[in-house]
Write a protein that binds this ligand. Structure first.
Ligand SMILES: Cc1cc2nc3c(=O)[nH]c(=O)nc-3n(C[C@H](O)[C@H](O)[C@H](O)COP(=O)(O)OP(=O)(O)OC[C@H]3O[C@@H](n4cnc5c(N)ncnc54)[C@H](O)[C@@H]3O)c2cc1C
Length: 384
């Protein structure tokens, strides 16, 4: 039989899982080619612990060499063109063609969209930014610490609220909490709104219990970096000494300029098969947009990228083998909510339930924090 090639675009959460499962499921002579521009894979949830001082940068990243040992071809380089009709991509001027494509290119962070934001830094969705926030928060003795969600959509709906609680805990450990106000300014009306009112209320209670001020529906419009001042669409202004910010997100330029992009720039796909309007071209994770019945999109989160990757890998393997069942993605998701002090909350449910997602919030406890630590350890053990 001819050997077939599957191109996996992106070596983040979705791409790593898809390539690994494909390698296991496909015949040894079939090729799995993973294209990634970064030299290392980052486990993003650990950035919150990097920002609060319990991880070092080298603990949250690994290079992709172990994948090569397992028979995955890793092509390091930037994808500059995607032709979904021909299932062809251009990587640093080289053309690669596949029998199937998995697009897992995530979301780009675009702080430039808010004047002054790139200049001020504090973007804890990057390793350097998380490290910078930690360094600044570790030196702060009095003043104002602001956690800002600049715009929607953004990945990991819980992350900014977890960030505020973890930073608050850092200030408490340093015995300076009484001299520092901690405030969240968020562009969204409630935390984790898609998960439903029980979860939103739970998260607001968590942050209030930590004495954190919370300003919802407050979109960042400008930052005066030298003056350390934030401006919002409500007309409100705020001063800060330390800023931890989730910057605006956008679909990667290579996606926006391809035939895959929908009107918003993100990729629409079949919510269950993850297939785009092009045959055997699948899109998973943050780069996609899935409209739920309640009128809001499926949140951007690793748990969905992971589940979609497993489903898509089995489906592609079944199609290329010519037999076996395709695997649907059924909308299951779960999320730990780190609270600091070794405590965490947990929410789990079906985001494809109709008419609204059915998500349950569990009682916070030490065991959920321990489970998140175990999840991190298992991530490296399972995929590297
Ligand atoms: C601080 C933080 C905490 C988080 N915590 C959680 C959590 O607890 N639970 C959870 O479910 N989610 C969490 N997330 C969200 C989660 O990390 C993302 O939703 C997930 O990584 C999405 O996976 P993905 O494969 O779609 O994209 P990514 O993991 O972002 O991967 C995309 C990959 O594509 C590559 N790429 C992009 N463009 C190109 C190009 N042109 N050429 C080549 N390569 C390219 C990128 O370098 C990247 O490696 C967190 C995120 C952050 C930032």
């Amino acid at each position: 039989m001819d050997k077939r090639t599957v191109l996996v675009l992106g070596g983040g959460v979705g791409g790593l899982v898809a390539a690994s499962v494909l390698r296991r499921e496909l015949a040894p002579e079939d090729r799995v080619v993973l294209v990634e521009r970064a030299s290392k894979h980052t486990f993003w949830p650990s950035l919150l612990w990097l920002m609060s001082g319990s991880r070092k940068p080298e603990q949250v990243q690994r290079d992709l060499t172990p994948l090569v040992r397992r028979g995955i071809e890793v092509r390091h380089g930037a994808i500059t063109e995607i032709d979904p009709e021909a299932r062809r991509v251009v990587v640093d001027s080289e053309r690669l063609t596949g029998d199937a494509l998995v697009v897992a290119l995530g979301a780009d962070l675009v702080p430039d969209r808010v004047p002054g934001l790139a200049e001020v830094g504090g973007n804890f969705y990057t390793i350097d930014g998380a490290q910078q926030v930690y360094d600044q928060a570790s030196r702060l003795h009095s003043g104002r610490l602001a956690v800002v969600v600049a715009d929607v959509p953004f990945k990991c709906p819980a992350a900014p609220y977890e960030a505020a609680m973890l930073l608050e805990g850092l200030l408490r450990r340093r015995n300076v909490r009484d001299q520092v106000t901690v405030t969240i300014y968020a562009a969204e009306p409630v935390p984790m709104g898609v998960a439903g009112p029980e979860v939103s209320r739970g998260v607001v209670e968590f942050v209030q219990r930590h004495g954190i001020d919370y300003h919802p529906s407050t979109k960042l419009t400008r930052v005066d970096a030298p003056g350390k001042r934030l401006y919002f669409d409500t007309g409100a202004e705020a001063e800060f000494d330390v800023l931890a910010v989730v910057p605006p997100h956008a679909a990667p330029e290579v996606v926006r300029s391809s035939a895959l992009a929908g009107p918003s720039g993100w990729i629409p796909m079949n919510p269950t098969t993850c297939e785009t309007r092009f045959e055997n071209v699948f899109a998973i994770g943050d780069v996609t947009t899935v409209s739920l019945k309640l009128g809001k999109p499926l949140p951007k989160a690793g748990v969905f990228a992971h589940g979609q990757a497993e489903a898509v890998a089995h489906t592609i393997a079944a199609r290329l083998r010519g037999h076996g069942p395709e695997q649907p993605f059924e909308g299951h998701g779960e999320c730990f909510i780190e609270m600091g002090g070794g405590m965490a909350g947990f929410a789990r449910g079906n985001f494809y339930a109709e008419p609204t997602p059915r998500v349950q919030m569990y009682r916070a406890g030490r065991h959920w924090h321990a489970a998140k630590v175990a999840f991190e350890r298992n991530w490296w053990r399972t995929w590297f």
